[in-house]
Design a protein around this ligand. Sequence first.
Ligand code: CP
Ligand code: NVA
Length: 297
Amino acid sequence: MHRLSAEDLRAILDDAHARKAARKGWPKGRADADAPARDRVLAMIFEKNSTRTRFSFDAAIRQLGGSSIIANSTDMQLGRGEPVEDTAKVLSRMVDAVMIRANSHEDVERFARVSTVPVINGLTDRSHPCQILADIMTIEEAKGPIAGKTIAWVGDGNNVCHSFMHAAPRLGFHFNVACPAEYHPDLHDLAKGGNAVTLTADPNEAVLGADVVVTDTWVSMGDSDYEQRLHAFETYGVDEALMNKADPAAVFLHCLPAHRGEEVTDAVIDGPRSLVWDEAENRIHAQKAVLAWCFAG
Ligand code: CP
Ligand code: NVA
């Protein structure tokens, strides 16, 4: 699978900002002037539920002038045990790119190894890179270039947290993670963050002076230890008191879906510092830049 360089990431983010600005006020179904996905078909495979990823990728490919084919894996032979590699070889003959939301990260790697068309990770148990592009775009809209900013993550050391850790050293931001010891991020992913990432068990310490406070569900798709998690994360909810310990101009992000009263209070997610609806919309713009980058390369 292609690892995006710092230059590629920057170029994708710049294109996302430019594409959003260029179509301000347009109906959502109108294609961008350059239509870089004209004549292209994107396949989307979902092994897990999705609202934002499904609709934003579909809207994105249409706005780029292309079209999509969407399937839940349970409707495919993949769901009956057809090998990932055989599925990848067949789809490579039928479409121009594939987005996969998979239970196992390893399956996406296996798919990408034999696919002859670009494969985009639409979330796995390990990472959620498309989400992070939209998040960084949202932060830049509110606060300017991401380099030098401090982002505090409060909660589970999960897939979304990992993708922030992967991006931090490449885009030059600081990423402070606060999570209970038993739900810390994967150590391999933590190592990828190098000096850009700090880890603590104390949410107050992580948010101190932060420009952005981010959280996510305490129970991700595929997690089975619900009660245990609710107990472990009891003191990790983002409320106004915690937001007040961050920089006075700090903003709040959440990839959604949110569990109000658990990882975030209504007052924060519906409050003036919350950018969650811009963040959700930016999934379209960021993913358009990813797709355009794939088709250009
Ligand atoms: N944030 C996100 O990926 O949402 P969905 O699960 O609805 O796609
Ligand atoms: N961490 C969450 C993100 C959902 C978009 C999950 O994997 O369920």
